[in-house]
Design a protein around this ligand. Sequence first.
Ligand code: CS2
Length: 486
Amino acid sequence: MTERLKTTDGLPNDVRVPGYRRDDHGAGIVHIGLGAFHRAHQAAYTDDALAAAGGDWRITGVSLRSDAPAQELGPQNGLYTLIERDASGSRARVIGALAAAHCLRTDRDAVTAALLSDATRIVTITVTEKGYGLDRASGGVDPAHPAIAHDLDKPSRPQGLAGLLVWALGQRRRLGRKPFTVLCCDNLPENGKVLRGLLVDFARRAVPDLADHIAEDVAFPSTMVDRITPAATQSTRDLAEDLTGRRDAAAIETEGFHQWVIEDHFPTGRPGWEAGGAIFTTDVRPYEEMKLRMLNGAHSMLAYAGFAAGHRYVRDVMADPALSRLVTRHLRAASATFTPLEGVDFAAYADQLAERFRNPHLAHETFQIAMDGSEKMPQRVFSAIPDARAGGGDLRAFAFATAAWLRHLSQSTHDCAPYELRDPRAGDLSDMAQGKPASAIIAAIRASALVSRQVARDDGFWDEVNPILHDMLTRPMTDVIGAEAA
Ligand code: CS2
């Protein structure tokens, strides 16, 4: 049987290995959320930073619930293969930035030791939109979110992100240790500001004397992160084995493209992430908005419409001429909602996105992107509506994307196989949409907290959604898409 990846000794010459001696660098970052995206993005940038600029910046990886990442990475000394796939081929690189991997649920002591260590200066986070327990309307915590509810009740034994960070910041203050910088790397607008609001609100409710400390003494830079990274499958692991000659339970595949725009506010220091191509700036917001509304907005639209039309992967959607035209239309409509951004050509960005979506080597499932829509649609699609309205722009693309999402919620299976609705609010959303006519679904969504008051009141917009949704619920999806793109 093939040997397991444990060291970089003896790997084929074309496999890129860490350009530094791992043991020479201590850990300085704790990362929470040890999924595919972190391994393809921040860990790769940190690998480049360690090689170019050095420092004690290796990463202690933490998952909150699943012990699978620790089980996969532990026996490999934290090493894993990152396969970059695009038109120029498939390149394997072994990432050495992870110093250890732990699971909070099964190894709390190791996690708390890392969070309280003097050496820890930054905590980075990728727990996906639903992991925060954010109440959008107030900007504070959602007390009904299971981890928030648990941690408000037992703040000294937290299970969720907000509870864990507040607890760790409190312990550090008690021990006289500097607070770490908190770096949110999820697809939320103004993600640093959002995370600060979340933690301050959690602290106010659970440990009030910590709230001002968190608001005033902890840095929360905002970031825009980008790299299309499908969930790893057995074929990812097989490809890693082909390319490296080692078995690797933690291998990840991703595209060649990557982008990271970071607000440069790190009072506790930071790795030289520029070595990996990171861009440091004073205001991330316009980049974040551009990426959320263009890449992620078009992604959500094509995922809902494409899944319903029987396309398994994003690349299949892009090979469908009608849908690919709708993707172009969506990208154009989203870009029309922005004020110009210096040095950024929105049309060129849109072309580049379409090219990335077409990547024939990435098996990115529409069903994966379709997950958690209630956590994604507000910043990807709904936020663009008032700007499109104000600019006198066309709302049709956003109406179509909204209708496609609502059709997905209805789980109407008149022209496709039954599927599970994966969303933290699946129960409520199914009640609102399953088996209901278009007008009832729309009325329920407008009355929910998922759309802002301004969007809820926009009669013209919903009048445009209604007939599209009605068609989607009653006619074959491919016909609706064909007519829309004609
Ligand atoms: C995708 C993102 O799954 C999704 O919702 O839209 O994960 C997307 O691939 C990344 O944001 C790309 O950077």
